[in-house]
Design a protein around this ligand. Structure first.
Ligand code: BES
Ligand code: MN
Ligand code: ZN
Length: 491
């Protein structure tokens, strides 16, 4: 995929396809200086009433002349177009382009610009949509499909706007590449994407972007007294890994943002075994970890001037003769004892020790990302990730980043009233709080390990992957977190 800026007028360009936006009066959204051939063809299409009808819908028409086809997109009203509409339309366009053979695409930028959306945003959203939509599962089918979509997209605009457009392309590209890595890791089968595989990915990113990676072995994890994390790993034949990846491109004196990702490479539930239906989807229980690695790739590509640390406790949750049992009490790295009443509430058990480990960075902010609770899917469905934080500024920054990047999140309460649900008769805390408010009590559990810094938790159980016929990882919330960090780096 290639992205370029063309400042020639449209009548001087040629391509396999040109993208034209039409409004509700069946007119082009901005007055483009089209060649006579193109204008005549356009008039005919309008006369035949062949333009797409619904907002965001697409029609492709054959042409003669400089452009072999036109791709019309209905945007109704250019002035009231917002970023979300635009991203949806852009995704529709590239979905449609998948079905035809096209190498070069001309995209006049001005037709999507209004008071809210500048040239840079148009380039950013179209670049993101093009790469995101061209994603194909790196499948293990023996009959490999031919190569991926590979277009050259020429953004056409006046010279004046070139810097904003170039930056928009650069950021959109970096985010979409980060998302695609997250999708690839999520989609891999759990017999391949193991804790060691995730560790190797971290090493690779560190090498590619001059970061530092450190992989702690079981022995080293034992030395750190991460008794809670280790209790989850006990039921698996695979060695757990504690993965550390550090991007140190900020000022020496500036405190890091620490991202902690849940890295359960398969969640069978352990002795509290899950039912069989859709259990394969628990290979996605490492999507928090995959998000951390995706974001590291994005900030590596952008070389953001920030200090960011990624921490990933990675292991499987499996039943075994030696596996942790309901009723077992373990001691976390923080010293707090935990009564494990349900071995399927394992995410919080691996995260709590990583959150304690995060203290050593004296972080500015710690954000954990986890496919933590089925209850979160019941609460919010598949559209919004859940944000939990006692820090209003941090929560608001995350929600704003989600809105801006169209990777939406919604805030949930983290009030102390919920804490007693985690009381245990035998230990400092129980690992479950009952059926009510399941995603909140999970967040409350984590909050007990985050007293020393400003912290937010993002539950991505409903947003990290799609089920059904289009089963696959979404790459969320890489976009939200990248936007959050980009905004921080520009402050
Ligand atoms: N990884 C699951 C959460 C999950 C389930 C995410 C389904 C997406 C879809 C997590 O480890 C889990 O099993 N949580 C339990 C917690 C319960 C035992 C308190 C759950 O949500 O059922
Ligand atoms: Mn579980
Ligand atoms: Zn889990």
């Amino acid at each position: 995929m290639k992205f370029q800026l063309k400042s020639d007028s449209i009548s001087k360009l040629s391509a396999d396809i040109i993208i034209l936006a039409v409004n509700k009066s069946n007119q082009l959204c901005s007055s483009l200086s089209l060649s006579k051939t193109l204008q005549d063809a356009l008039n005919l299409i309008i006369k035949l009433d062949d333009l797409p009808k619904n907002t965001g819908s697409i029609n492709i028409e054959h042409m003669h002349g400089e452009f072999k086809r036109t791709c019309f997109v209905r945007i109704q009203n250019q002035d009231s177009l917002d970023e979300e509409d635009l991203l949806k339309s852009a995704k529709n366009i590239f979905k449609k382009l998948k079905s035809i053979k096209c190498g070069t695409v001309v995209l006049p930028v001005n037709q999507f610009v209004n008071k809210k959306i500048n040239e840079g945003t148009v380039a950013n959203l179209f670049t993101k949509a093009a790469i995101d939509e061209s994603y194909e599962v790196n499948s293990l089918k023996s009959d490999k499909k031919a190569s991926k979509n590979n277009y050259q997209i020429n953004f056409q605009a006046n010279k004046l706007d070139s810097n904003a457009i170039k930056l928009g392309i650069k950021e959109g590209h970096a985010i979409a590449e980060g998302m695609n890595l997250t999708k690839d890791l999520g989609n891999l089968p759990p017999n391949i994407c193991t804790p060691t595989y995730l560790a190797n990915q971290a090493k690779k990113i560190a090498k590619d972007f001059k970061m530092k990676s450190t992989i702690l072995s079981q022995k080293q994890i034992e030395k750190l007294k991460m008794g809670s994390f280790l209790s989850v790993a006990k039921g698996s034949r695979l060695e757990p890994k504690f993965i550390i990846i550090e991007h140190k491109k900020g000022k020496k004196s500036s405190k890091p943002v620490v991202l902690v990702g849940k890295g359960i490479t398969f969640d069978s539930g352990g002795i509290s075994l899950k039912p069989g239906a859709a259990m394969d989807e628990m290979k996605y229980d490492m999507c928090g970890a995959a998000t951390v690695l995706g974001v590291m790739k994005t900030i590596g590509l952008l070389n953001l001037p920030l200090n960011v640390v990624g921490l990933i406790p990675a292991c499987e949750n499996m039943p075994d003769g030696l596996a942790v049992k309901p009723g077992d009490i373990v001691t976390s790295m923080s010293g707090q004892t935990i009564e494990i009443l349900n071995t399927d509430a394992e995410g919080r058990l691996v995260l709590c020790d990583a959150l304690t480990y995060a203290e050593r960075y004296k972080p500015e902010t710690v954000i954990d990302i986890a496919t933590l609770t089925g209850a979160c899917v019941i609460a919010l469905g598949h559209h919004a990730s859940a944000v939990f934080s006692k820090n209003d500024d941090l929560a608001n920054d995350l929600l704003a980043a989600g809105n801006k990047s169209i990777d939406k999140a919604w805030r949930m309460p983290l009030w102390d009233e919920y804490q007693p649900l985690l009381n245990s008769n035998f230990a400092d805390i129980a690992n479950i709080g009952g059926r009510a408010a399941g995603s909140i009590t999970a967040a409350c559990f984590l909050s007990r390990f985050t007293k020393k810094y400003s912290w937010a938790h993002i539950d991505i159980a409903g947003t990290a992957w799609n089920s059904g016929a289009n089963k696959g990882a979404t790459g969320r919330p890489v976009s939200l977190l990248s936007q959050f960090l980009m905004h921080k780096s520009k402050k």
